[in-house]
Design a protein around this ligand. Structure first.
Ligand code: TNX
Length: 520
């Protein structure tokens, strides 16, 4: 009887029963009560937990290749706050986080994972390294919030025991950052990648050109950046990424399971290019640089061969530094391009990304043209355009402005942002599904979701964070968690508890009155 009681106590307060060096008894949290976002498909808690210490190691299954990057990522994430340097152990043993590509579960797909936490060790298994990466994100969320701090914290690093079986509903879970209206540094973009990938988002669409600025070096056409990149909204000095800097961003993203999708917007939203090279204009005269925020006034001259040669040069250089499968060529709000010219233009440019081995993405307006079988359409406002795309057999990325636009104000008092698509409080941004836009559009037609952040009114990383958080975790959950296991009333409690984690991550978030932040 006594020994049974002792065993029970050990299971609850397991650390006191481990032999050796635990300084104090620590209760392990029940993993089904930890506020995980996005919510996993299946969480099964068990008693006890695992405590990291200075001897904890990583073990990479010998039959699994390609796990060095995720293993390095895990060690690097755990080090600052714990002070533990997780080495890769040569042999399997106790007190390890073991990583293995040995999943026997078909439903895990490319990005799902199994996470098993026992008092003796942790195991993450998946079909692909991307799945291991997602399992690591869940493990990080199971650890105390202090894990996100950048200096050593003297606390017990305990995760509750149990198993998590998890995989995403949609393969495309993205965010978009407009670096054209205001330019953001490489470090800002890297932080954005860190933030989105911690919610298992796997695409970052960079809006690299617009009326106010051209932000990517194109060696064949240097004035695009030296002149076209020299300013931004409000008249600041702008900036651009060299191809080396862009490649650095791409690599950083790849290590975090994020594919970079570069966008060069055309034929509208092109003033920065039109100001740099005269031949892009029908009247052969360069325009003035533009630092205000109107849209829809610029267009490439669609009937000149030299324009298509220029686009070919740009896409060729971009494709060469973009390992991901997509290139976005815009197509939105070309209000001063005659409709017949717009269609002519779209019908010509769709072959260019294909020529360089890439799939083209275009904003919804491109569905007015005949779509190539590879072209992907990004819905943002007009459901008729989305239906036309589906009718042509195209796949959709869902970015409804009234739900997913992170530049919309939360309420009428929000200082930053716009409100043309409405106000989007945190609840409204969560309460919708990707497949409920129109009866003609079903999950078969949908690749996933993307939350754009347009930056006409946003010029610092803190401002980015304020508009993005806490709405982005909700969008991440819409892309990951099955609709039938999502509800605002349950999500808002997880999000509330997640506030402490956002604080530990130093995220400057909007403390929405819709979320009961105070709850324990
Ligand atoms: C519409 S959405 C735009 C952008 C603006 C945004 C502001 C889309 C494809 N085009 O050019 O920045 O509204 O919310």
């Amino acid at each position: 009887m006594y020994s049974k009681l002792l065993l029970a106590a050990c299971l609850l307060i397991f650390a006191s029963c481990q032999s050796g060096n635990q300084p104090e008894a620590v209760a392990a949290p029940d993993i089904s009560t930890v506020p995980l976002i996005p919510k996993p498909v299946l969480v099964t808690p068990s008693q006890g937990g695992f405590q990291f210490n200075e001897k904890t190691a990583i073990y990479i299954d010998k039959a699994s290749s390609g796990l060095e990057s995720v293993s390095g990522y895990l060690a690097q994430k755990l080090f600052p706050a714990t002070g533990y340097k997780l080495e890769v152990a040569p042999e399997q043993g106790n007190n390890q986080v073991s990583l293995a590509l040995t999943s026997n579960s078909a439903d895990l797909g490319d990005e799902g994972y199994d996470l098993e936490i026992k008092p003796t060790g942790i195991k993450i298994s998946a079909n692909k390294p991307a799945g291991i990466f997602n399992g690591i994100q869940t493990l990080l969320q199971l650890l105390p919030n202090e894990i996100w701090k950048s200096s050593k914290q003297d606390i017990p690093w305990v995760v509750g025991a149990g198993t998590i079986h998890d995989y995403p509903s949609y393969g495309y879970r993205g965010a978009m950052l407009d670096v054209a209206r205001h330019f953001f540094s490489v470090d800002d973009v890297k932080r954005y990648i860190d933030l989105i990938s911690s919610y298992k988002m796997n695409k970052l669409h960079l809006h690299l050109s617009d009326d106010q600025g051209w932000r990517i070096e194109i060696k064949a056409w240097p004035k695009l950046t030296t002149h076209g990149g020299s300013t931004q909204v409000g008249g600041g000095k702008g900036g651009f990424y060299t191809q080396d800097q862009y490649s650095d961003i791409v690599r950083y993203a790849m290590d975090r399971n994020v594919t970079i999708i570069p966008e060069i917007d055309m034929p509208g939203h092109t003033n920065a290019a039109l100001a740099s090279y005269d031949f892009l204009n029908c009247n052969n005269k360069t325009t003035e640089l533009y630092t205000k925020t109107e849209v829809g006034f610029s267009t490439f001259c669609t009937r000149k061969d030299t324009v298509y040669k220029f686009i070919d040069d740009v896409v060729k250089e971009l494709a060469a530094i973009t390992p991901g499968p997509y290139i976005h060529l815009g197509g939105d709000e070309s209000h001063v391009t005659a409709k017949k010219d717009f269609i002519y233009f779209l019908n010509k440019i769709q072959s260019i990304p294909k020529k360089y081995g890439k799939k083209m993405i275009g904003w919804e307006e491109v569905s007015q043209a005949s779509l190539d079988s590879n072209t992907i359409v990004q819905y943002w406002s007009n459901v008729e355009h989305a239906k036309a795309a589906v009718k042509q057999g195209a796949k959709l990325i869902m970015s409804p402005a009234s739900k997913a636009y992170l530049d919309m104000k939360y309420d009428s008092t929000t200082k930053l942002g716009l409100m043309w698509a409405g106000l989007i409080e945190v609840d409204s941004g969560y309460i919708w599904t990707l497949s409920s836009r129109a009866k003609e559009i079903s999950n078969d037609n949908i690749l996933g979701v993307e939350a754009p952040l347009w930056t006409e009114t946003i010029s610092t990383m803190n401002e980015i964070e304020y508009m993005v958080f806490p709405r982005l975790p909700g969008i991440a959950e819409i892309g990951w968690t099955p609709d039938n296991s999502r509800s605002w009333d349950e999500y808002k409690l997880r999000l509330a508890k997640h506030g402490a984690r956002m604080r530990a991550m130093d995220i400057d978030f909007y403390e929405s009155p819709k979320v009961p932040w105070g709850i324990k």
